[in-house]
Every structure is written in C-alpha cells, then in structure tokens.
Design a protein around this ligand. Sequence first.
Ligand SMILES: NC(=O)c1ccc[n+]([C@@H]2O[C@H](COP(=O)([O-])OP(=O)(O)OC[C@H]3O[C@@H](n4cnc5c(N)ncnc54)[C@H](OP(=O)(O)O)[C@@H]3O)[C@@H](O)[C@H]2O)c1
Length: 282
Amino acid sequence: MAVRAPATNLRALIHEPRADGPMRGGNLPPPLQDRYGGDLAVQLRGDRPTIAVNFVSTLDGVVSYGTPEATGGGEISGFFEPDRFVMGLLRSLSDAVLIGAGTLRAGAGEAWTPQFIHPDSAAEYGALRASLRLAANPTTVVVTGSGEIDLDRPGLADPEVPVLIVTSDHAAPRLHDVRSHVAVVTAGTDAVEPLALVARLAERGFGLVLCEGGPHLFGELLAAALVDELFLTIAPQIAGRGKDSSRLALVEGVGFDVEGAKWGTLIGLRQAAHHLFVRYRF
Ligand SMILES: NC(=O)c1ccc[n+]([C@@H]2O[C@H](COP(=O)([O-])OP(=O)(O)OC[C@H]3O[C@@H](n4cnc5c(N)ncnc54)[C@H](OP(=O)(O)O)[C@@H]3O)[C@@H](O)[C@H]2O)c1
C-alpha cells in the first residue's frame, strides 16, 4: 500500500514568481532549499491574514479513506517523506495551523508543529522560524461547533504549543478547565462564521495561517472567498468512492455551480518520484 520513500529532494518544474510586496519566507537556508528544490515565499495581505491551504489527495481527489485504520493524509500520500517535509516547511513559515475538529479527532497522536511531521528537519525548521522572528511553535487553531474537544489529547496538551479554540457562543461554555496555553474565543452564535474566524486570527496578529483542513472547513473558507493559496500534493494512486463510501473528497459540504466555481492560477509545480506538488493562487 504505502510508498514509504527515502528522503528525496523535490525538483521544481515551474518556479514560483517572487512575491511582490510583503512576504513570509524568501531565500531558504541551504539544507531546506536543497530539499524543497528552490526558495519559498508566501505573499502577505494587508487587509487580513493570508490563508494558505495544504492537502494531499489521490489522483481522483480522495483525501481520506474514512476508516478507523486509514483516516488521515498519511495513507493518501503513502506516508511519502517529501510530502511530510513540505508540510513541515509550510508549518514552519506560518503563525498558526488551522484545522477543524474533525481533523483533530481523526489525528490520534498528531501535533500540528513542523517538527512533529518531519522530525529529521526539526533543527532547520527551528532555525528558519528564529530567523523570521516567529514564535517557537505555530499556534494550533481548532474550529469547533460542538465544543467536544479533548484538551488533554496529544497535540493540544503541550504547554510549548499555543492553542486557540474558535467556537460558537452556544458551545463556548462546554470548553472549561483550559490550561494557560489554551485560549477560547467565539466567532458566531450557533456556528463559527468564516469572516469572524478570520477576524479572530487577525486580532492575534497572525500574518500567515496554514489551513490543514479538513474538507468541510476548506469548503467553508472557499465559499467565503478566504483562500489565498492551495498547496496540493497529488499522490499517484486512485482510491475510488463506492456508493456508500465514507471517503472524503477535497471539498465537502459545499458545491459551486458552473458560474461560481473557484478557478486558480498555477504558480508552482514540483515533483518527487511520482508525486506532484502543485501550488495555486486563488
Ligand atoms: N488528506 C489530507 O490532506 C487531509 C487534510 C485534512 C484532513 N484530512 C482528513 O479529513 C477528515 C476530516 O474531515 P472533516 O471535513 O470532517 O474535517 P474538518 O473540516 O477538519 O472538521 C469538521 C468539523 O470542524 C468543525 N467546523 C468546521 N466548520 C465549522 C463552522 N463553520 N462552525 C463550527 N464548527 C465548524 C465542526 O466540528 P464539531 O463537530 O466540533 O462541531 C465540524 O464537524 C479526517 O479523516 C482527516 O484526517 C485529510
């Protein structure tokens, strides 16, 4: 099943244009530059945090097998080492990693830090964050409408990793006993409003927020025109979706009509073995 590959450098097939104006990143230090196959900069907006999204999907757009044994992106990429490296690199440029509660619940032991996803690059990621004057770890931001969040679970319990829970007025009272590294804010009455969510992220001074999904949260951000960039790894496998499949596609919960479909501009393309790493601006 899995394509457990050794460390492989990415090869740029299309080089991104240099970002205009304020940006995060730029020239990467040599070991990261070699691995990524070039430099990486993300343009920062002036009006709100830039939202970059990172996913891995199969050739047919499946992002989760949706079974207890195979729920996350690992089975989708084949636990592909270069994909994990890119996830860590994107995390290391970001002020915060944003996920929905569905992704939190699926990621049993996961932590949303650069060093968790690619431990071998921990020192390089840490040095990059320090050179960019970023906090030691990005804040883990979790969106929940139910407030059913286990704050003792790995990924949220480490006092070195700040956590921001964004919820509704309705659910906020369920989130009590928070530790000092955890903050709870509201962004809507019964559900989280995407625009209010981004306002809460802006209030924290975040310039670049990396959304790692899942497909429901991604769909809501797309529908609200809040997605600036998509870094999508395409894994060379086809999963299919049976009639009663619980498999999830890249976007769930919203559909766009022909006129409203979201079209992107290809700004980067890289390759490692048979995986493609596409970067689109929206
Ligand atoms: N292949 C990949 O790259 C990749 C990336 C990410 C995730 N995944 C996989 O995708 C699956 C999870 O998918 P998902 O779409 O269910 O995850 P999700 O979007 O992360 O989580 C959905 C949950 O987030 C909360 N939420 C989202 N929008 C909200 C809003 N506007 N207001 C209030 N709450 C909101 C709700 O939590 P409550 O239930 O608490 O109300 C909702 O049930 C997992 O298997 C995960 O591993 C794969």
